[in-house]
Design a protein around this ligand. Structure first.
Ligand SMILES: NC(=O)c1ccc[n+]([C@@H]2O[C@H](COP(=O)([O-])OP(=O)(O)OC[C@H]3O[C@@H](n4cnc5c(N)ncnc54)[C@H](OP(=O)(O)O)[C@@H]3O)[C@@H](O)[C@H]2O)c1
Length: 232
């Protein structure tokens, strides 16, 4: 269970999309401060928000963030990219770039902030996955989220002794830039943030935001054909 009241949070990718909604919900629930990151950050009018430059593919950038945000108690590994190109015919850089950001970038953040969270009493690490962690599709994106899911589950074990609450979040579609070109019903980012913060405060370790995600989690135990996701 993680108390958000008086927490100091870090939200990577916190100036757009879901990250922005997480930052707003954290503050609405009494967080004292939120560091939000962007590759090209802009100052925020709210004195409780500190905007910081971050590129999760750059070790030095991640280290600098962890040094600055040494008071962090809750870290959202939210930054991510989606290149929907084919695994077979799309540019290989789409595959490597997706893993550099969604997998190794998130792990860089976890490695840099594990000692910070330990020094501040344990805290929480929140990793953003997808229904595509389990369902096939969207080029390298699904594969990257599957890898991150596995990493999150291993980190939960590695961080248990320091009392860090490790949370994995899975969802289908939310209405952000990432999926703007894709048709389909989309949740409002604020709605996702409410569900995720409720789960974190209640001590959940895996938050399945919507019905379609719960469907694919159940489908894991069935025939593999059931994991094909009809996208677009
Ligand atoms: N939207 C959905 O339907 C959906 C569904 C399931 C899971 N998710 C996951 O939720 C998270 C947020 O997605 P979103 O929909 O809010 O996406 P978004 O609107 O496209 O925003 C992506 C965020 O990631 C940041 N980012 C990308 N590459 C980065 C890098 N190399 N270093 C640092 N920051 C980087 C961006 O920062 P800049 O401002 O610097 O560009 C931006 O804030 C992602 O992990 C995504 O995979 C989204």
């Amino acid at each position: 269970m993680t108390d958000i009241q008086d927490a100091v949070a870090v939200v990577t990718g916190g100036q757009r999309g879901l990250g922005r909604a997480f930052a707003a919900e954290l503050l609405a629930r009494g967080a004292a401060k939120v560091y939000v990151t962007a590759r090209d950050p802009r100052a925020d009018d709210d004195a409780r928000i500190e905007a910081v430059a971050l590129d999760v593919t750059d070790d030095r950038s991640v280290t600098a963030l962890a040094e600055l945000a040494h008071d962090a108690t809750v870290v959202f590994n939210n930054a991510g990219v989606l290149h929907p190109s084919s695994l077979l015919t799309g540019p290989m850089t789409d595959v490597t770039g997706t893993f550099e950001t969604n997998v190794f970038g998130a792990l860089r953040i976890a490695r840099a902030f594990a000692p910070v969270l330990a020094a501040n009493g344990g805290g929480a690490l929140v990793d953003m996955h997808s229904l595509l962690s389990w369902g096939s599709g969207a080029g390298a994106y699904g594969a990257s989220k599957a890898a991150l899911w596995s990493i999150t589950n291993s980190l939960r074990t590695e961080l248990a002794s320091q009392g860090t609450h490790v949370v994995g979040v899975h969802l289908g579609f939310a209405d952000t830039d990432m999926v703007a070109a894709m048709p389909g019903d989309k949740l409002a980012p604020a709605e996702v943030a409410t569900i995720v913060l409720d789960g974190i405060e209640q001590g959940e370790i895996e938050i399945l935001v919507d019905d379609v995600t719960r469907h694919f989690k159940r489908a894991l135990s069935g025939p593999v054909e059931g994991l094909a996701v009809p996208l677009g």
